[in-house]
Design a protein around this ligand. Structure first.
Ligand SMILES: NC(=O)C1=CN([C@@H]2O[C@H](COP(=O)(O)OP(=O)(O)OC[C@H]3O[C@@H](n4cnc5c(N)ncnc54)[C@H](OP(=O)(O)O)[C@@H]3O)[C@@H](O)[C@H]2O)C=CC1
Ligand SMILES: O=C(O)CCC(=O)C(=O)O
Ligand SMILES: [Mg+2]
Length: 742
C-alpha cells in the first residue's frame, strides 16, 4: 500500500480534521516536487464505524478498514505516519455518530444496550471495539518522546498565556482512596519463562468460570493484577459527597473513561448513583424498567426519562431538583446548558481536566458560571498523589510563571499496550463473591485475589522489549538534551518494584556517564520536578503509560497553555516513525465556534512540528536530501510564524487556523527560496514565495471576510467533503498559487 517515500497523514475528527482540509493541500503541494508521496488514511470515528459493518451497507457505501491497515503498517520499517488526535468515543458519542450516519442513509444497526440474541451480541461487540480509545493503542508500536521544542518554549516564555493566581487558603484538594483500591491491592510478578495463562473465577458457591483463556506471555514480561472494592469505593464516594457539601466546595470527578473504557465507566456510574442516592433509592425500579445505565453518565438517565409518562417524569424531575439542592454543588461542563461533570463520561477527562483546573487557580465552574474551589475526586490512588503534590506546591508558592518556568519533556512507556491502558480485555466486573486467580500452563497460581460482587478486577501486562526500548530512549534523550531524567516509579508499589529491577539491570547497558538519572516515587518526583520548574530548570520525566498521558498534559498546559503545541514522536520498535501531532484532544468546542462564527481557533503547531520530523525521518530512511531541505525550511517557517505571532486568534474576524496555514505556506516557500542546498527546489519556490507575498493582503481578505456568520459543513462526525472543502479553503488566490506548484 505504501512505499518508503510515503507519508500517511491521518484523517480524524472534529477540529483537527477541519484543519486538515486546509493544511493537507499545502503539504501535498509543497512535498510533491521532492518525490514525497502524502496519502491519507481515514481513522475518523465515522469511518471506523462504517468499516466494521460492510454487511449492512450498500456496495457504494463500503469503506476500507484504514485503522487495520495502519495497524499492520506500524509493524513495518517503512511506516511513516502523521497521526492527528481522534475521538475516543464514549457511548453517548458513539450513539450520536451512529444516528448521524443513519440519517445520511447508511443502514447501520442501533447500538444494542442490552443485546437480546446472538445477532445483537455480535453488533454490540463490533461497536464495543470502536468504543473508547481504540486507535492509539493499535498504532503505538513504540514508546513516546514528547517535548516542547525550543522555539515553542521560548515563544511561550515571551508570550505567556493567562495563569490563574493561587491563594494559600484555597480549599481545593484531591480526594483519593486510602484502602481497597487498585493501588492498594496490586500484586505483580515477572515471568522467568514464557507461558500461557488463564484467568479463573471460583465462586464461594462452587461455581467456576474462565474469565480469559490462552493468554500468551513472554519471558521477562511483567504482569500485575489488582482489584477495586465496590464497597470501599461506595463508602469513599459517600464520604466525599458529604465532605464537599460540608466544606462548600464543588464536587468534581476526574476519570479516564475513554482510555480505561471498561473500568472507569463503572466507577463513573457508582459516582452518579452515590451522588443521586435518594433518587435511586426511590426510583431505582423505574430506572431499571427503562434501561437507565448511568455508567454512560447522568445524561443517560435524563434521556431515558423521555420514555416515561409525563406525570412520572415530572415527579422524577422534581426529585432531581431536590437532589441538586440537597447535595454539594457540582462542577459544571457547561453552566448555561446545565451540563454537569456527571452528565457525560467523556466530557471531563483527567489528563486535561486536572491541569485545566490547576491553571484556573484550582477552581472549576459552578452552576452560576462562576469559579469556585473544588474537591477533585480521583478514586484510585495510584496516580492521584501527583495532583495533590502539585496543588500543595501552588498553595505554598503561588501559580507557576510561564515566562520563567522550566520545561518537563516526557519519555513514556507505551509500546504494545503497556500497563493499564492495555488492560481492557482483562478487566472484569465481578458477579459474585469468590476468588480470581491467574494460572499458568503448568497449573501454578501466579496471582490470586479474594473478590466480592461488584468489584472490578483487572490484569495488566508489559513486555520486556518495550521496557528495554524505553530505558534506551530515556538515556538517549537525557544525553541529547543534557537534562536530568527522573524515572517516576514507586518502590512500594508492586508493579513499579518489578520495573525498578529492570531499570537497574538495563541501565548499565548504556553509557550514562555524566548524566543525572534517578528513580523517585511519583510524589517525590513531582516535588523534585516542580522545585526545578520554578527555578527555570528542565527535567525529563520518564514514566509508565498512565503518567505519560497525565504528565504530557499537565506540564504543557501549565507551560504552554495547551498540549497541542508539543512535539510528540513515537519511534516505532521496528524502525518506522509515528508522529503524533501535539499531545491533546480533538477540541469539540472549536468545531462549535466554526459552525457559529466560521472561525476555527485550532492551532496547527503540533501538525507543523510533526510534519517536520516526519520529513526528516523520511529523508534519512530513503536517502532523500530534498526531504531534509523541506524539513529544515519548515522548521524555519514555524519559528518565523511564532516570532511574527501568526498563530490563530480566538476571536472571529481575526486570523484563524486557515490564516495561520497561509502564513506557514508563505514562510515555508520563502525558506525554500532562500536555501542553497537544493537548487531545483529553490527555483520552484522562488516564484511561489513571491506570489504568496504579493497577494498577502488579498488572501487575508478572502480568508477573513467569510468569518462572523454561521456556516454549514453538512455533518459533525461525517462532514460533507465538498462543503467542508469550501469552508476550509475560501481563498481562491491561495488555492491557485498552491495549484501552480509543479
Ligand atoms: N490523541 C488523541 O487522539 C486524543 C484524543 N482525545 C479526544 O479528544 C476529545 C476532546 O478531549 P478534551 O479532553 O476535551 O481535550 P482537547 O485537547 O480537545 O481540548 C481541551 C482544550 O484545549 C485547547 N486545545 C486543544 N487543542 C488545541 C489546539 N490545537 N489549538 C488550540 N487550543 C487547543 C482548547 O481550549 P479552548 O477551548 O480554550 O480553546 C480545548 O478546548 C475527546 O473525544 C477525547 O477522547 C483526547 C486526547 C488525545
Ligand atoms: O487515546 C486517547 O483517548 C487519549 C490519548 C491521550 O490522551 C494521550 O496519549 O495523551
Ligand atoms: Mg493525554
Amino acid at each position: 500500500m505504501s512505499n518508503t517515500s510515503t507519508i500517511i497523514y491521518t484523517k480524524t475528527d472534529e477540529a483537527p480534521a477541519l484543519a486538515t482540509y486546509s493544511f493537507l493541500p499545502i503539504v501535498k503541494a509543497f512535498t510533491k516536487p521532492s518525490g514525497v508521496n502524502v496519502e491519507t488514511k481515514d481513522i475518523s470515528l465515522a469511518n471506523r464505524i462504517l468499516a466494521v459493518f460492510p454487511d449492512f451497507l450498500k456496495d457504494n457505501q463500503k469503506v476500507s478498514d484504514d485503522l487495520a491497515l495502519l495497524g499492520e503498517l506500524v509493524k513495518k520499517p517503512e511506516a511513516n505516519i502523521i497521526k492527528l488526535p481522534n475521538i475516543s468515543a464514549s457511548i453517548p458519542q458513539l450513539k450520536d455518530a451512529i444516528e448521524e450516519l443513519q440519517s445520511k442513509g447508511y443502514n447501520l444497526p442501533n447500538y444494542p444496550d442490552e443485546p437480546k440474541n446472538d445477532s445483537e451480541k455480535d453488533i454490540k461487540s463490533r461497536y464495543d471495539k470502536i468504543k473508547g480509545s481504540a486507535v492509539n493503542p493499535v498504532l503505538r508500536e513504540g514508546n513516546s518522546d514528547r517535548r516542547a521544542p525550543k522555539a515553542v518554549k521560548n515563544y511561550a516564555k515571551k508570550n505567556p498565556h493567562s495563569m490563574g493566581a493561587w491563594s494559600s487558603d484555597s480549599k481545593t484538594h484531591v480526594a483519593t482512596m486510602d484502602a481497597g483500591d487498585f493501588a492498594h491491592n496490586e500484586k505483580s510478578v515477572t515471568l522467568n519463562k514464557a507461558t500461557t495463562v488463564s484467568i479463573e473465577f471460583k465462586g464461594n458457591n462452587g461455581n467456576t468460570e474462565i474469565l480469559k483463556n490462552n493468554l500468551n506471555l513472554l519471558q521477562g514480561e511483567i504482569i500485575d493484577a489488582t482489584v477495586l472494592s465496590k464497597k470501599a469505593l461506595i463508602q469513599f464516594l459517600e464520604t466525599q459527597v458529604k465532605d464537599a457539601k460540608d466544606k462548600d466546595v464543588l464536587f468534581s470527578l476526574h476519570m479516564k473513561a475513554t482510555m480505561m473504557k471498561v473500568s472507569d465507566p463503572i466507577i463513573f456510574g457508582h459516582a452518579v448513583k452515590v451522588f443521586f442516592k435518594d433518587l435511586f433509592a426511590k426510583h431505582g425500579e423505574t430506572f431499571k424498567s427503562i434501561g437507565v445505565d448511568v455508567n454512560n453518565g447522568f445524561g443517560n438517565l435524563l434521556e431515558k426519562l423521555e420514555e416515561l409518562p409525563s406525570d412520572k417524569r415530572k415527579e422524577i424531575e422534581q426529585d432531581i431538583t431536590v437532589a441538586y439542592k440537597n447535595g454539594p454543588a457540582l462542577a459544571m461542563v457547561n453552566s448555561d446548558k446545565g451540563i454537569t461533570n456527571l452528565h457525560v463520561p467523556s466530557d471531563v477527562i483527567i489528563d486535561a481536566s486536572m491541569p485545566a483546573m490547576i491553571r484556573t487557580s484550582g477552581q472549576m465552574w459552578n452552576a452560576k458560571g462562576k469559579q469556585q474551589d473544588t474537591k477533585a475526586v480521583i478514586p484510585d490512588s495510584s496516580y492521584a498523589g501527583i495532583y495533590s503534590a502539585t496543588i500543595d506546591f501552588c498553595k505554598e508558592h503561588g501559580a507557576f510563571d510561564p515566562t520563567t518556568m522550566g520545561t518537563v519533556p516526557n519519555v513514556g512507556l507505551m509500546a504494545q499496550k503497556a500497563e493499564e491502558y492495555g488492560s481492557h480485555d482483562k478487566t472484569f466486573e465481578i458477579q459474585s463473591n469468590g476468588i480470581v486467580s491467574v494460572i499458568d500452563s503448568a497449573g501454578n497460581t501466579l496471582i490470586e485475589h479474594s473478590v466480592e460482587a461488584g468489584d472490578i478486577w483487572r490484569m495488566c501486562q508489559v513486555k520486556d522489549a518495550p521496557i528495554q526500548d524505553w530505558i534506551k530512549l530515556a538515556v538517549s534523550r537525557a544525553r541529547a538534551s543534557q537534562t536530568p531524567a527522573v524515572f517516576w516509579l514507586d518502590k512500594n508499589r508492586a508493579h513499579d518494584a518489578e520495573i525498578i529491577k529492570k531499570v537497574n539491570s538495563y541501565l548499565p547497558n548504556h553509557d550514562t556517564s555524566g548524566l543525572d538519572i534517578r528513580i523517585l516515587s511519583p510524589i517525590e518526583a513531582t516535588r523534585f520536578t516542580l522545585e526545578r520548574v520554578k527555578e527555570g530548570k528542565d527535567t525529563i520525566s520518564v514514566s509508565g503509560n498512565v503518567l505519560r498521558d497525565y504528565l504530557t498534559d499537565l506540564f504543557p498546559i501549565l507551560e504552554l497553555g495547551t498540549s497541542a503545541k508539543m512535539l510528540s514522536i513515537v519511534p516505532l520498535m521496528n524502525g518506522g516513525g509515528l508522529f503524533e501531532t501535539g499531545a491533546g484532544g480533538s477540541a469539540p468546542k472549536h468545531v462549535q465556534q466554526l459552525l457559529e462564527e466560521n472561525h476555527l481557533r485550532w492551532d496547527s503547531l503540533g501538525e507543523f512540528l510533526a510534519l517536520a520530523v516526519s520529513l526528516e525521518h523520511l529523508s534519512e530512511v530513503t536517502n532523500n536530501p530534498k526531504a531534509q531541505v523541506l524539513a529544515d525550511s519548515l522548521d524555519l517557517a514555524t519559528e518565523k510564524l511564532l516570532d511574527n505571532k501568526k498563530g490563530p486568534s480566538r476571536k472571529a474576524g481575526e486570523l484563524d487556523n486557515r490564516g495561520s496555514h497561509f502564513y506557514l505556506a508563505m514562510y515555508w516557500a520563502e525558506a525554500l527560496a532562500n536555501q542553497n542546498k537544493d537548487q531545483k527546489l529553490k527555483q520552484i519556490f522562488i516564484p511561489i514565495a513571491e506570489k504568496l507575498a504579493e497577494n498577502e493582503a488579498v488572501i487575508l481578505q478572502e480568508l477573513n471576510n467569510v468569518q462572523g456568520h454561521p456556516t454549514n459543513i453538512g455533518g459533525y462526525y461525517e462532514p460533507d467533503n465538498t462543503l467542508t472543502n469550501q469552508v476550509m479553503r475560501p481563498s481562491k488566490t491561495l488555492n491557485n498559487v498552491l495549484d501552480s506548484i509543479k
